[in-house]
Design a protein around this ligand. Structure first.
Ligand code: MRU
Ligand code: ZN
Length: 245
């Protein structure tokens, strides 16, 4: 039995600490809304802290979310320790759990950024299967913001390089899976992509968005920012007739 089951469930989401996951998810969603990442109820964020997984409700205005709207799951038993009445947990839940299971992640971010969607559309038009199913880019400084596998060490080596991260001359590869009618039906393809591409820090979903994870919130957020930068750059390069690989 979980150590948390005898508690008042509201204890799990009540804290004055802005870094408490229930407060942090609400704050991140407001930031991501301003970036166009979680617009019109799409996209979302989940945090796993020790044996607790924090999840937002489904179909709500993500920028209006409050800590008391949060679902809390026991990571080991997968039981909900807190379920707000009148809400269902995010449809992204099994995809967030895949990042925790297969990458040991502590946070997973799903964006509906138009740059992510556009990159998948440009790749879709390629006659070459490898290019159609994987976004790859190299020799752009921002690639160094991405760790191998997404939740790698960000220990700093001499010279300021993050040890677990890609270097300027490495190729960043993000697999692209096809969209499905329902978010949860993406789970199998997302898991397969994570296993087939052990170095990938994210998975793009064609005509939909991207899932990005990190060992903690800071790493997931900075990687989502670096990737969005690279997607935007690639789209702009394409528009100018420049090749991004
Ligand atoms: C604009 S609706 C988008 C949803 O179907 C889904 O893609 C999504 O990202 C958010 O799902 P949700 O269940 O609201 O967390
Ligand atoms: Zn989505």
């Amino acid at each position: 039995m979980s150590a948390h089951t005898d508690q008042d469930p509201d204890v799990l989401i009540t804290s004055p600490d802005p870094m408490h996951p229930a407060n942090h998810i609400s704050e991140l969603c407001r930031k991501f809304y301003d970036l166009g990442w979680v617009t019109g109820t799409g996209g979302g964020v989940s945090i796993r802290k020790e044996d607790l997984v924090y999840l937002a409700p489904s179909g709500v205005q993500k920028e209006m979310m409050q800590p008391e709207d949060m679902f809390v799951m026991d990571w080991k038993t997968k039981e909900y320790l807190r379920r707000p009445l009148n809400y269902k947990p995010s449809a992204c839940t099994p995809l967030f759990l895949a990042a925790y299971t297969h990458r040991g992640a502590g946070c997973c971010i799903h964006t509906h950024s138009q740059w992510a969607v556009l990159v998948t559309l440009i790749c879709e038009s390629s006659p070459d299967w490898a290019t159609r199913t994987c976004f790859s880019i190299k020799e752009i400084e921002q690639i160094k913001g991405i760790s191998r596998g997404g939740s790698g060490s960000d220990e700093i080596a001499e010279g300021g390089r993050k040890l677990g991260n890609l270097g300027f001359f490495d190729t960043l590869r993000i697999p692209i899976i096809e969209n499905t009618a329902h978010e949860e039906d993406l789970t199998g393809a997302l898991e397969q992509a994570m296993l087939a591409w052990p170095e990938c820090a994210a998975v793009l979903v064609r005509r939909h968005g991207v899932y990005v994870w990190g060992k903690d919130v800071g790493q997931a957020k900075t990687q989502a920012e670096s990737l969005d930068y690279l997607f935007q750059l690639a789209v702009r390069m394409h528009g100018m007739g420049l090749k991004w690989t």
